[in-house]
Design a protein around this ligand. Sequence first.
Ligand code: ZN
Length: 139
Amino acid sequence: MKVELIAACGINCGICSMYLSYLNGLRQAKGRIRHCEGCNIVGGKCTRCKTGNINKIEFCYQCEYFPCDMLKRLEKRYKNSYARQESPIDNLKYIKKHGMKKFLAKERKEWKCNKCGDVICVHNGKCYYCEKVIHWKKG
Ligand SMILES: [Zn+2]
């Protein structure tokens, strides 16, 4: 878990399937497995921001439109569509309140594979290191 991997929207790229594929050297097969080195590294800043403030801020909670429609849509997707619920907005609030160091420590603990100690993916509940798939309980 690294600070460079925390995107402006509060998403931790370190638990993203695209980043974990890249990190673990999974081959790209017919566009199925996509690779990404993390939002901050690839785009510099978020490319989805519609408020025009992205270059003035570090994280979305610093924006006057927080939480904007884009962030609300992202929040909905992360709460409903993936193997495990995750809240970008709660992440941002946590960072604002407790600071990045504590947030990273929390993330490390929260997404640790209990078999090998590597990282569990938010999108599919899988540990790319030992291939263990965790079936999360909803709620
Ligand atoms: Zn593992």
